[in-house]
Ligand binder design. Structure first.
Ligand code: LMR
Length: 328
């Protein structure tokens, strides 16, 4: 009987082993809204390449760019339902899940991307990564895009120039308040609709990074772009807690490390593109790039900065102060 049990046990082990070998790979669907030739598009591709070379046959990454799978208003709901495993929405698109990430939307808070980087790597920035956990989401890291510029059918040199105009914004109440402070009309719309809204003149303008204005051809349907650098557009790479926790223990760290490398790669592209895409827009002569004098810029700061006080309670004073400190 003993012999029989041993035989059966080893048979079972062999069966389990071969079952495991033939098990379907874990699928990671990575859904995003921008083009492939952007910091996020390139980061997603790099992540796929790294994960699939390190975990061959075990994990498969499918990248869906250009809102092909989910637009930015649906992706987080889809993630909680298990229909997508990875996304990197802009930090402005999380207000349904947490108020603290709104700090990134405060106008004229960060002097430049180095300040953003210092804040994200500091204790307050790292704490914000966990701000979605109660909602079932895990923040895996930040990814840069860059500073936002204002584009419009009208030349915007001083805040009064924006008065009465309609601007597309991401789903953020801070961004709404920012345009209301200019007596302009903010309209919350998904990224996938922006080009058509601009082309048909349903809206007058929008705010975005050089990379998004270039890769989505907004510059072809906007006569003016003001180099305002008035805010930041960065991303939070997220997954669902459920997916993350059920990953095998030998696989999760490899995915994490590949993601960190892909983010470093994407950040380098972000800083390169902030310059090269701006230059490509200038060279195209489709859109006139306006620069501000210090005095003009100060007028924008004065008009927009009162927004901070409105959101101080929701965001937390300590968080805003830490962000300000990162400018030094
Ligand atoms: C936008 O909606 O303008 C951006 O968040 C798009 C993106 O993901 O860069």
């Amino acid at each position: 009987l003993n012999k029989l049990v041993t035989k059966l046990t080893s048979l079972a082990a062999v069966t389990l082993f071969s079952l495991n070998l033939s098990a379907a790979p874990i699928e990671i669907k990575f859904s995003h809204v921008v083009a492939d030739n952007t910091p996020k598009g390139q980061m997603a591709k790099k992540f796929k390449e790294l994960v699939e070379s390190r975990l061959p046959g075990k994990v498969e990454v499918k990248v869906f760019p250009n809102s092909q799978l989910f637009g930015d208003n649906k992706v987080l709901e889809a993630m909680l339902l298990g229909d997508v495993q990875l996304a990197a929405p802009s930090l402005s698109k999380f207000q349904k899940y947490t108020k603290s990430l709104q700090v990134f939307d405060l106008p004229f808070l960060f002097a430049d991307m180095d300040a953003v980087e210092r804040f994200q790597n500091g204790p307050e920035g790292q704490k914000l990564l966990t701000s979605l956990e109660k909602k079932g989401l895990v923040g895996l890291g930040y990814l840069h895009n860059g500073m936002k510029q204002l584009s419009s059918s009208q030349p915007l040199k001083v805040p009064a120039d924006a008065s009465g105009l309609k601007f597309r914004i991401m789903t953020s109440d801070v961004l709404a308040a920012q345009f209301e402070a200019l007596d302009a009309n903010p309209v919350k719309k998904p990224f996938s609709e922006v080009f058509t809204l601009l082309q048909t003149k349903a809206i007058d303008g929008q705010e975005n990074t050089w990379s998004n204005i270039y890769s989505k051809k907004f510059f072809e349907v906007q006569e003016y772009i003001t180099e305002s650098n008035h805010g930041v557009l960065d991303y939070l790479v997220v997954t669902s807690k459920e997916f993350w926790m059920t990953l095998p223990d030998d696989i999760r760290p490899i995915i994490k490390e590949s993601l960190a490398e892909a983010i470093t790669f994407g950040n380098k592209i972000a800083s390169d593109k902030a310059m090269s895409d701006k230059q490509a827009i200038i060279d195209s002569r489709r859109s006139k790039v306006l620069t501000l004098t210090d005095a003009e810029r100060q007028q924008w700061v004065k008009a927009m900065k009162p927004v901070w006080a409105k959101f101080e309670d929701e965001i937390g004073k300590a968080t805003i102060e830490a962000a300000e400190q990162s400018n030094k």
